[in-house]
Design a binder for this molecule. Sequence first.
Ligand SMILES: *Cc1c(COP(=O)(O)O)cnc(C)c1O
Length: 388
Amino acid sequence: MGKPIRDTLLPYGRQSIDEKDVQSVVDVLRSDWLTTGPMVETFEQEIARFVGARFAVAVSSGTAALHAAMNAISIGPGDEVILPPMTFCATANAVLFCGGTPVFADVDANTLLIDPHDVEAKITPQTKAIVPVDYAGQPCDYDALHTIAERHSIPLITDACHSLGAEYKGKQVGTLADVTVFSFHPVKHITSGEGGMVVTDDPELAANVRRFRNHGIAMEHWQRAERGTWYYEMTDLGFNYRITDFQCALGLSQLQKLPLWIKRRREIAQYYDGVFYQNSVIHPLSRRADVSHAYHLYVTRLEIEQLHTTRAKVFTSLRDEGIGVNVHYIPVHLHPYYKERFNTGPGLCPVAEAAYESIISLPMFHGMTDEDAEDVVSAMRTIVSRYQ
Ligand SMILES: *Cc1c(COP(=O)(O)O)cnc(C)c1O
């Protein structure tokens, strides 16, 4: 096949760490607080300010944030939570952690965002929440979702692990649901190594998440130190989901760069859009007119019937060219755990299942150069013409 387009693999996503990030972490390591110190609170305040919400509570991962959110709205055995299958398994797992039952609503074929019509169809008297996922970084149809949630008096808890910095009808992600969850894993927009955030305007939900991340204890260690008391009360059953001060220092330092990084992601997306516009085989997912997309992922659909090959072969051929494509996601209800425990399987969400057969995520991260993006495009063109 000749020389690959790239000698080293261009990943689908990657963090950027500069000297300022390093210094901010080192400064904390030299300070008095390694965990639950002033950086945690500052990071929380800055995220709350950035998204325009009243409260933000930092935890050890996006998964912990989802678990804390499900706990805060009292999900328990017998409760159903509606969510899309086109997501990372943690979205559904968080419902299971609380003893609830995930109910999968299918996605819209053009955007792969949860389909409000199917949400409505899946509502039962047991439904206790809707958890939309802003897949790839594009906000869902929040007007439609709010209408359904209000009609049934249930909360909207958004998994916004892809959509930090996105907007829907001019409103920031973080203000579009009762609770919003973010992740700071290294492939996400900004990173703290591992880390997550729960954002809400509701003081009681925020207080609940604060206790939950700290064993269900009402007072945090630094507050006790400040008041010079040994006394504390455990009032709920919680976990140790705390995040360290040096992780929050990294997150804070990264946050300063977020607006520029989102701008860069949009530039790359615009370039891909322009190249694949009207391509007969490669179709970028549709973008809603009323949103500002944060492009955690750039997902394309292959018209695989037009090629003498399979999606798997296209995938490995691109990898062989040094292009680190990926597939987001295997629909959650097709994982063995869900199939065996909940009797889910093919046919439950046909749109998501069909999409899964044809999607491919192209490299998309703020540190990509123009040349990186051009390599992706030329590899796509080479592979498609090889099999056409
Ligand atoms: C990354 C991600 C999570 C989990 O976040 P972690 O920080 O890795 O625990 C949950 N949901 C979605 C949609 C994600 O992309």
